[in-house]
Write a protein that binds this ligand. Structure first.
Ligand SMILES: *Cc1c(COP(=O)(O)O)cnc(C)c1O
Length: 388
C-alpha cells in the first residue's frame, strides 16, 4: 500500500481535458485563462480585483512591494506559518518580527499583538505592514486586527494560502473589508491547485495595477500614458519600475478554472472528514482543533495537539510509529524564527513561547478531499493504537 500523505491534489478527467484544450490553443501564457481564473476567484471572494501569480510566494512579494515595503521598514507576522509569509518582507530588504499565537486558534494572538504594538510605539519601531496568516484555513480575528491597524497606522495583508473558501463573520475570506490585500496559494497540497500558483485579491485599483506591473518586469502597456505620440513612437510599452516575471501560465490557469468549479464540493468533503476526526478522537489524549463561531474554516489542515504527559510517548515516537504504519503525518509549523537562516539573523529561542510549546505537541493528520472513508478509518485506528 502507498503511504497516505497528509495532503494531496484531487484531479479528475475534466481538469485533464481543460489543460489539454489549452495546450492545443494559441496561448500557453498571457492568454485568456489567467484572466478568467482571476475573475472566478475575485467574484467568489467578493473582491474587486484578482491578480494571478506563479506562486503565493511571488504574490506575497508583489503585495509587499505594492505597499512600498523597503529597507528600514518593519513587517510582522505569526511564527506559526510557512517561511514564505516572512521571507516576502526580507526580499524587500525590510526587517521582520514575530507575534506569538493564540492558545486556542494557533493564529496570531490579538492580545500579544496589542502589547507589542504599544511597546513598539514607544521605541518608534511600529510595523508598516502586518501579515495575518489564517492558519489551517480558519480566519484570524480580522476586525480586531483592523481596528489596531487604524490605531497604529499599519497596512494589512492576509496570507490566506490555507483559507480559500473559508468565511469570517459570514463573508468569504478575500473580500478584503478588513485588509488591503489577501493572498491565496494553489500549491497541490492546498484546497484547489494549479500545480504552482497564487493570487492576490484587493479592492484597491492602485494596488492591483501596481501588482500587475511588478508581475511582468515593471512594464506598463498603456499606450496613452507612456508613449509620446508626438514623437511617432510605434512601440506600446515601457519599463517604468524594476519588476519580475511572476506570471501564471494559461496551462496552470486552465487547471485552476476547472478546479474552481469543484471548490465548494471539496470544502464539504473536508468538513465531513474533520467532523469524523472530531467525533472519533474526542475521548483520546489529544486536543482537537478549536472552531471559532465567527469562522467557517476551509480545513486545509487538521492539527491535533498531543497531551504528551498522558500519552507517555514522545512526539517523535508517535510520528515514527505513524510513518511506520504508512501514514505520512506532518508538522505545521516549526516557528519560522527557529529555522537556521532566521537564527543566523539573530532571532532567539524563547521569542514566542506559545508557538514553541505548540510546535512540540502538534501533528497534522491526513486531510484532503480525496481521503476515502476506509483510509480515514485506518488513520483513526492507527492513532488509537499508538496513543492509548
Ligand atoms: C503554501 C503557503 C505559502 C506559499 O505558497 P506557494 O504557492 O507554494 O508559494 C505561503 N504561506 C503559507 C501560509 C502557505 O501555507
Amino acid at each position: 500500500m502507498k503511504p497516505i500523505p497528509y495532503a494531496r491534489q484531487e484531479i479528475d478527467d475534466y481538469d485533464i481535458a481543460s489543460v489539454i484544450e489549452t495546450l492545443k490553443s494559441d496561448f500557453l501564457t498571457q492568454g485568456p485563462q489567467p484572466v478568467l481564473f482571476e475573475k472566478n476567484i475575485s467574484e467568489y471572494c467578493g473582491a474587486n480585483f484578482g491578480v494571478s501569480f506563479n506562486s503565493a510566494t511571488s504574490a506575497l512579494h508583489a503585495a509587499c512591494l505594492a505597499l512600498s515595503i523597503g529597507e528600514n521598514d518593519y513587517v510582522w507576522t505569526s511564527p506559526n506559518t510557512f517561511v514564505a509569509s516572512s521571507n516576502c518582507a526580507l526580499y524587500c530588504g525590510a526587517k521582520v518580527d514575530f507575534v506569538d499565537i493564540d492558545q486556542a486558534t494557533y493564529n496570531i494572538s490579538i492580545e500579544k499583538l496589542e502589547e507589542k504594538l504599544s511597546s513598539a510605539k514607544k521605541e518608534n519601531k511600529l510595523p508598516k505592514v502586518v501579515i495575518a496568516v489564517h492558519f489551517a484555513g480558519q480566519s484570524c480575528d480580522m476586525e480586531a486586527i483592523f481596528l489596531l491597524s487604524q490605531k497604529y497606522g499599519f497596512k494589512l495583508i492576509e496570507d490566506a494560502s490555507h483559507a480559500i473558501g473559508g468565511k469570517y463573520k459570514e463573508k468569504r475570506i478575500g473580500n478584503c473589508s478588513f485588509s488591503d490585500i489577501t493572498i491565496f496559494s494553489f500549491h497541490p497540497v492546498k484546497i484547489i491547485t494549479t500545480g504552482e500558483g497564487g493570487m492576490a485579491v484587493t479592492n484597491q485599483k492602485f494596488l492591483a495595477d501596481h501588482m500587475i506591473k511588478i508581475r511582468s518586469h515593471g512594464i506598463a502597456y498603456e499606450i496613452n500614458n507612456n508613449v509620446d505620440q508626438s514623437k511617432d513612437e510605434i512601440w506600446n510599452y515601457h519599463q517604468i519600475s524594476l519588476g519580475f516575471n511572476y506570471r501564471m501560465t494559461d496551462i496552470q490557469a486552465a487547471l485552476g478554472v476547472s478546479q474552481f468549479r469543484k471548490i465548494d464540493e471539496f470544502l464539504l468533503k473536508r468538513h465531513s472528514i474533520a467532523k469524523k476526526y472530531d467525533n472519533e478522537l474526542k475521548g483520546l489524549p489529544v486536543t482537537i482543533p478549536f472552531q471559532d463561531l465567527d469562522c467557517y474554516s476551509s480545513f486545509h489542515l487538521y492539527v491535533v495537539r498531543l497531551k504528551l504527559n498522558e500519552i507517555k510517548k514522545s512526539q517523535k515516537e508517535i510520528y515514527n510509529s505513524l510513518k511506520h504504519m504508512g501514514i505520512n503525518v506532518n508538522l505545521h509549523y516549526i516557528p519560522v524564527y527557529l529555522h537556521p537562516y532566521y537564527q543566523s539573523l539573530g532571532f532567539k529561542r524563547g521569542l514566542c513561547p506559545e508557538s514553541e510549546l505548540y510546535f512540540k505537541e502538534a501533528i497534522s493528520l491526513p486531510m484532503f478531499s480525496g481521503l476515502s472513508t476506509k483510509k480515514q478509518d485506518y488513520v483513526i485506528e492507527s492513532i488509537k493504537s499508538i496513543i492509548t
